[in-house]
Design a protein around this ligand. Structure first.
Ligand code: PEP
Ligand code: MG
Length: 918
């Protein structure tokens, strides 16, 4: 019983009714079929059932009211247009039923072809296709599909196979086995050798399989076939593989899919038929030209399945010149119309060309830049739009060297691609050895079970880092990404024995000095040296390739688009750097200052001992001596940085991490001391060290004595650093430089903390700058939630804010960034609680809200307050857009991410109505 409705919801659109902008409703495929129909291109007639119908079905488990009647009406119109009825016994109309979501999800959802065939219409199709119904005169490999009979029975068996598998969940292998059996009986391995009789037999076998698995006969009513196929497409939206794919691609789960019902056209009706795919430019390189493949006498799925060999599209010019010319004409029209690379699927049925699909084609990162540049030259788009046709993730990909894997090299292990790039080097197992060999000019790969801050120098010295434990947010992964250094983490097939300096993998033993190659994009590990090519884009950023004279189309396009981004972005881009080399590189990459110099990194290596002395000092004199020894070293570091960033601001953060990080690990030390005591050795010094380590041990060091708290507890520590910064600035200024120091106090939660540090710092600044004036700003990080919530008060004592979104995320969510990924992030991602780790991309709703509040209240208290962000999010494309929208002045990120941030800041600032690359 149907309910009477006055205004019925429209669930079905003829192709002639839609257009390309209705992707939300009609899905990508449906919207583009409609667009091609509107353009007058030869699209087989059909209609689209909307994503709304799908969503209604998925919500209620039943087709929405009115859908069945609307399908009937549109089907009737289609039948009138085609002059045939669906499944008519004499001259049947057949349709395909295809999924088509807003975002392409290749191979994820279902398609059923040849709907409308049954035991009677198969005979009609045979006659219509021009063959004899006499099996004796049809089939055979010389005219594979020439016989209408063979063709019809082949189409019927394909329907039962696809329908059985996708609509009724009959295991696909069952049909495959029956097909293999039929071929074996015929003594062939080629489907095309099966004749009409064989295929009739196969249809019987398939029907039996269908019956056995479903407990019913294969449906003979064409409308029942159609309705069940539509329902199966709806349901395929929630198929497990589709769900997984969406999660990976960050496609929202609630969009639903549209369903396209299209009159069948056949590419397998003989040598004058065929099917192919075409690209209006090379999707790999972006080069202009005609690219694609053609397969004569075949249906689309034969191309996709790679069952038979295709020929290059240009061959079609020889096979069917008229269709080829017509296709080229449509390709040119589509490209002009969409103003972008299009990919196309087409079929030729007995010399008549049909356009089955088009869409703006996927492309490699390099092609994205090159094509955007070409389209500007061709006057199809402007530079604003070109900027939106590329994105930071693509640029990041182009900045890594690549392995040339042309020959057959197999990986020995696969871990997590934690920090992309291709690195080759000799295996070393300790940081010290990495530094030693690197100093001799050797390329090394630091192999550890996992890394910790002690490995920093080794990580700096190494070409790449390989660990057997930990995921994407492990220490190794995070630090390597920050350095732009290749890292494969969690390669658990590796059995690493550090004391013996070797690891076992795949039945082989790799010892120190053996060469390995690691791919930080794919996580693959290779034994031996795989050749690597450097990135031309990095060479361009480094100033080694001149964009004005190179003939590298990619470099030219990157230069042009980056220049446009720079000319329009509102956010400045700074870098996180604490060495002169990083600062220099970042400046070449376009950094406009340093947003975060983590001074604790300057306390490592051979200075560690001085820090140890400072920590162990039992009285003021000893402590002062240690500080006095550190002062000139720190000052020299800052002089180097001021030189590299001359004229640009440098935000120097006073020491942040807990001091015990500079001491040996408690357990190890306790064991060493016990063993030495046992041997009767003199361990007075070690005992003192152990006592200090015990004293400073914290259960939750991340929430313990660090940042400003440390500065308030250890007398003279911050004062020494402030003095070093200001003396370095004065020295630089005296040498003709233009230093712009900004002193940043970490981990402030209350304005009083900042005021105390500030008072002391101001005294030192006044004293040191007496001989030579230098402007020094004093500001704070906003990285404790309380600081964000009292930003108005804090701004009274701060000349700038810099959001430490790593800590703000950690403390705002209440989870430790060092621990949580391995513990439960995977589960949160799986459950969709996170779309992406909040340490990677800013959690706009929660942590982002703190950023907004602090920005508004900080500026309200101190108009014009300079505000930046220096957490890892500063180099994350989506986060950059967020910080632009909040109105920050700059983002600061690792040197390697600077170009990405520049590009994304440009994209955020330039508004375009054109298409956007997510
Ligand atoms: C931060 O917390 O975001 C930050 C930049 O500081 P760190 O990562 O050094 O704690
Ligand atoms: Mg921090």
């Amino acid at each position: 019983m149907t309910t009477q409705q006055t205004v019925e919801h429209k669930y079905v659109y003829d192709f002639a009714e839609g257009n390309k902008d209705l992707k939300d409703l009609l899905g990508g495929k449906g919207a583009n079929l409609a667009e091609m129909t509107r353009l007058g291109l030869p699209v087989p007639p059909g209609f689209t059932i909307t994503t709304e119908a799908c969503k209604a079905y998925l919500e209620t488990g039943a087709e929405p009211a009115g859908l069945a009647d609307q399908i009937a009406a549109h089907l009737a119109a289609l039948e009138r247009e085609m002059g045939r009825r669906l499944g008519d016994p004499d001259d049947p109309l057949l349709v395909s039923v295809r999924s088509g979501a807003k975002f392409s999800m290749p191979g994820m959802m279902e398609t059923v072809l040849n709907v409308g065939l049954n035991d009677r219409s198969v005979e009609g199709l045979a006659r219509q296709a021009g063959g004899s119904t006499d099996p004796a005169t049809s089939g055979g490999s010389s005219a594979p599909a020439g016989g209408g009979d063979r063709f019809a029975w082949d189409s019927y068996r394909r329907l039962i196979q696809m329908f059985g598998k996708t609509v009724c969940e009959v295991p696909g292998e069952e049909f495959e086995h029956a097909l293999d059996e039929a071929k074996r009986a015929r003594g062939t391995s080629d489907d095309l050798d099966l004749d009409a009789t064989d295929l009739r037999g196969l249809v019987d076998a398939y029907k039996k399989i269908f019956r056995e698995h479903t407990g019913r006969e294969f449906p003979q009513d064409p409308r029942v076939q159609l309705d069940l196929a539509v329902r199966a497409v709806f349901e395929s939206w929630n198929a497990e593989r589709a769900v997984v794919y969406r999660r990976q691609e960050r496609i929202p789960a609630d969009l639903g899919t549209a369903v396209n019902v299209v009159a069948m056209v056949f590419g397998n009706l003989g040598p004058d038929s065929g099917t192919g795919v075409a690209f209006t430019r090379d999707p790999a390189s972006g080069a202009q030209g005609i690219y694609g493949d053609y397969l004569a006498n075949a249906q689309g799925e034969d191309v996709v399945a790679g069952i038979r060999n295709t020929v290059p599209l240009q061959e079609l010019a020889r096979i069917d010149k008229d269709s080829y010319d017509e296709l080229l004409d449509y390709m040119a029209r589509l490209e002009r119309h969409y103003r972008d690379l299009c990919d196309i699927e087409f079929t030729i049925e007995r010399g008549k060309l049909w356009m089955l699909q088009t869409r703006v084609g996927k492309r490699t990162a390099a092609a994205a830049f090159v094509i955007a540049g070409q389209l500007v030259d061709e006057g199809l788009i402007d530079l604003d739009e070109a900027l939106h046709r590329v994105n930071g993730a693509q640029l990041a990909q182009l900045m890594f060297p690549r392995f040339q894997l042309d020959h057959d090299i197999q990986p020995v292990a696969t871990g997590i691609g934690a920090s992309p790039g291709a690195a080759v080097g000799k295996v070393v197992f300790t940081s010290a050895r990495a530094v030693e060999l690197a100093a001799q000019g050797e390329a090394v790969i630091l192999v550890r079970r996992e890394t910790n801050p002690d490995d920093l120098n080794g990580m700096i010295a190494a070409q790449g880092i390989l660990t057997s434990r930990g995921g994407k947010t492990s220490h190794a992964a995070v630090v390597a990404r920050g350095m732009g250094k290749t890292c494969v983490s969690g390669a658990d097939e590796l059995d690493i024995d550090v004391p013996k300096r070797r690891f076992a993998v795949a039945g082989r033993t790799v010892t120190e000095g053996d060469v390995v190659s690691i791919d930080g994009t794919t996580g693959k590990v290779y034994l031996g040296e795989v050749p690597v090519s450097p990135s031309e884009v990095v060479r361009y950023f480094e100033g080694e390739v001149d964009p004005a004279s190179t003939d590298d189309a990619l470099v030219v396009a990157v230069h042009r688009i980056m220049s446009h981004a720079d000319a329009h972005r509102r956010l400045a881009v700074r870098t996180n750097a604490d060495t002169a080399a990083d600062a220099a590189r970042a400046r070449r990459f376009g950094a406009e200052g340093i947003g975060l110099c983590r001074t604790e990194h300057m306390f490592l290596g051979d200075r560690r001992e001085l820090v140890e002395r400072l920590i162990l000092a039992r009285e003021a004199g000893e402590r002062e001596k240690a500080l006095a020894a550190l002062l000139p070293l720190q000052r020299a570091d800052f002089v180097d940085l001021f030189r590299e960033m001359d004229g640009l601001p440098i935000t120097v953060r006073l020491i942040d991490p807990p001091l015990h990080e500079f001491l040996p690990p408690l357990e190890q030390l306790a064991v060493d001391v016990a063993v030495a005591q046992e041997r009767g050795e003199d361990v007075a010094k070690e005992e003192a060290l152990l006592a200090a380590v015990r004293r400073m041990h914290e259960e939750n060091p991340m929430l313990g004595l660090r940042g400003v708290r440390l500065g308030l507890v250890i007398p003279g520590l911050f004062a020494m650093q402030v003095r070093a910064i200001v003396e370095a600035a004065v020295e630089s200024a005296k040498g003709g430089g233009d230093p712009k120091p900004e002193i940043m106090v970490p981990l402030v939660g209350a304005v009083q903390e900042l005021e105390t540090v500030r008072a002391e710092a101001e005294r030192i600044i006044a004293e040191v700058t007496r001989e030579r004036a230098v402007d020094v700003l004093i500001g704070t990080m906003i990285e404790v939630p309380r600081a964000a919530l009292t930003a108005g008060q804090i701004a009274e004592a701060a000349e700038f804010f810099s959001f430490g979104t790593n800590d703000l995320t950690q403390m705002g969510w209440g989870f430790s960034r060092d621990d949580v990924e391995g513990a439960f992030f995977w589960r949160y991602l799986e459950l969709g609680i996170f779309g992406i780790s909040p340490f990677e991309s800013i959690d706009a709703d929660g942590i982002g809200r703190l950023v907004r509040i602090a920005t508004e209240e900080g500026r309200a208290a101190r108009p014009g307050l300079k505000i930046g962000i220096c957490g890892e999010h500063g180099g994350d494309p989506e986060s950059v857009h967020f910080f632009h929208a909040v109105g920050l002045d700059y983002v600061s990120c690792s040197p390697f991410r600077v170009p990405v941030a520049r590009l994304e800041a440009g994209r955020a600032a330039v508004v375009t109505t054109g298409s956007d690359s997510r």
